[in-house]
Design a protein around this ligand. Structure first.
Ligand code: HEM
Length: 479
């Protein structure tokens, strides 16, 4: 199947190359000399293949660092996903993009996203994201988040009892995904029954992998399967929404129990409530964005702790002290989370070296000058976590795992950006912090572990994961 897609791609690239050669050279000669340095690669596909394949080989930073060295450490020109693009690098590049949202730039997603996430009311994913941002703070505000800690603890206990205990060997990534997905289903739509959760899990996998595939909508392609999966999940969500409406009307559900109740009961500035399909779309987006990222982070926590016994010991000591101070059956709470300082430093260092999202796109909404170079309106602009996270200018000895980088005031502004920055910074950051810490608490309390494949390859597509899912041998603590 893979061969089929590669051949299709090859055919596509060469036919486009010959038919558009003329246009390409015409465009090239008309461009002004003040554009950022760089090359635009092949017509239409540009440098997309290099961009993607460095990730597939496990070195997404190579695409960025090669070009920073060759052209400019500040900004370089390229051509990605069919679009003229510039990659903004370093802390200054991050700062510029993050602080010019809606002034010079705005968020941008490839057109394929709108096909997989068709909005029920025919607006674009861009407009829907703006609505989503307005909706989320209530669900993710500190008081609400503090309520979720006990629920996260309860789900984590069930998860570890069902899937980890009494096993000698497990594969980490699918289990980490199972955990974060179960949590998201419980906290977003109050679906807690593992069988009901499992019914969603497969279509979600199809959806996630189709989103980043070639956007070819033919029977059997990953993109086509993603569209079908998206339709299936939306139907299931609508059924849940209809039931919830009844339950709310009959007083069987609470207005504050999850984001679904919140969306059903909140009107916009004109007093209009959201349509059922609209709510289904929003929840679908949240479920996608909110569980794959955190499961990648949890997986890499396990990988690094297996490789670094002294770091494991530090996390173990911190978590065991917290556990000892609890009475039997008492759930974790906000006070406990505040004590998990070293564990969070470790998680941050994990996300510095293996950021779950590599970066994100913006679109220039006007012509502007950056660093002396012209950025034309309509160009797509990319910020990349890797341009700072592995840069010795900001993180000396960048490949060394050193959680103390996050002591005190931590890294310099705009250098550590796993959650982005500015007005579009990930709204789920605190939620993610809680779920990762609760996961680490249960993990180290129960086990030590070792990797079964010592030098397992990492694949970044688009999230980093060990190629075989990180199989480990578990050693339960005896005391
Ligand atoms: C370790 C876990 C996570 C990481 C590393 C992460 C990272 C990011 C990043 C880098 C962005 C893009 C910012 C940009 O466009 O510049 C983003 C956006 C977003 N994230 Fe997260 N995220 C995580 C978990 C979550 C969770 C748990 C949720 C939901 C509860 C969530 C919801 C969102 C949403 C809705 C957006 C879009 C915001 C917008 O477009 O304005 N994320 N995230």
């Amino acid at each position: 199947m893979e061969f089929f897609y590669m051949s299709l791609l090859g055919l596509f690239v060469s036919s486009v190359f010959f038919s558009l050669n003329f246009i390409f050279y015409k465009n090239k000669s008309s461009s002004s000399g003040t554009l950022p340095p760089g090359k635009t690669g092949w017509p239409v596909v540009g440098e997309t293949l290099e961009f993607l394949t460095t990730g597939w080989k496990g070195y997404p930073e190579k695409f960025i660092y090669d070009r920073m060295a060759k052209y400019s450490s500040k900004v370089f020109r390229t051509h990605l996903l069919g679009e003229k693009a510039a990659v903004f690098c370093g802390a200054a590049g991050n700062k510029f993009l993050f602080s010019n949202e809606n002034k010079l730039v705005q968020a941008w997603w490839p057109a394929s996203f709108d096909k997989v996430f068709p909005s029920s009311n025919q607006t674009s994913s861009k407009e829907e994201a703006i609505k989503m941002r307005k909706m989320l703070p209530n669900f993710l505000k500190p008081e609400a988040l503090q309520r979720y800690i006990g629920i996260m603890d309860h789900i984590a206990q069930r998860h570890f009892a069902d899937d980890w205990e009494n096993k000698n060997e497990i594969v980490v990534f699918p289990l980490a995904k199972k955990f974060t997905f179960w949590l998201a289903c419980r906290l977003f739509v109050s679906v807690e029954d593992p069988n009901h959760v499992a019914k969603f899990a497969d279509p979600f996998d199809l959806l996630a992998s189709g989103l980043i595939s070639l956007p070819i909508d033919l029977p059997g392609t990953p993109f086509n399967r993603a569209i079908k999966a998206s339709n299936f999940i939306r139907k299931e969500l609508v059924a849940i929404i209809k039931q919830r409406k009844l339950d709310l009307a009959e007083g069987k559900a609470s207005p504050t129990q999850d984001i679904l109740s919140h969306m059903l009961l909140t009107s916009d500035e004109n007093g209009k409530f959201m349509h059922e399909l609209d709510i289904a779309d929003k929840i679908l987006g949240l479920l996608i964005g909110g569980h794959d990222t955190a499961s990648s982070a949890c997986t890499f926590v396990i990988k690094f702790l297996a490789e670094l016994p002294e770091v494991y010991e530090g996390v173990y000591k911190e978590q065991i002290e917290i556990a000892k101070a609890k009475s039997p059956g008492e759930l974790l709470n906000w006070e406990d989370i505040k004590k998990m300082k070293y564990s969070w430093n470790v998680a941050c260092e994990v996300m510095r070296l293996a950021p779950p999202l590599q970066g994100a796109f913006r679109e220039a909404i006007t012509d502007f000058i950056y660093n002396g170079f012209e950025i034309p309106k309509g160009w797509k602009l990319y910020w990349s976590a890797n341009s700072t996270h592995r840069n010795p200018e900001f993180f000396p000895e960048p490949l060394k795992f050193d959680p103390s980088r996050f002591d005190g005031s931590g890294p310099a502004p705009y250098t550590f950006v796993p959650f982005g920055g500015g007005p579009r910074m990930c709204p789920g950051k605190e939620y993610a912090r809680l779920e990762i810490l609760v996961f680490m608490h249960h993990l180290v309390r129960r086990f030590k572990w070792e990797k079964i494949i010592p030098d397992e390859k990492i694949v970044v597509n688009p999230m980093p994961i060990p190629a075989k899912g990180l199989p480990v041998r578990l050693y339960p603590h005896t005391a």
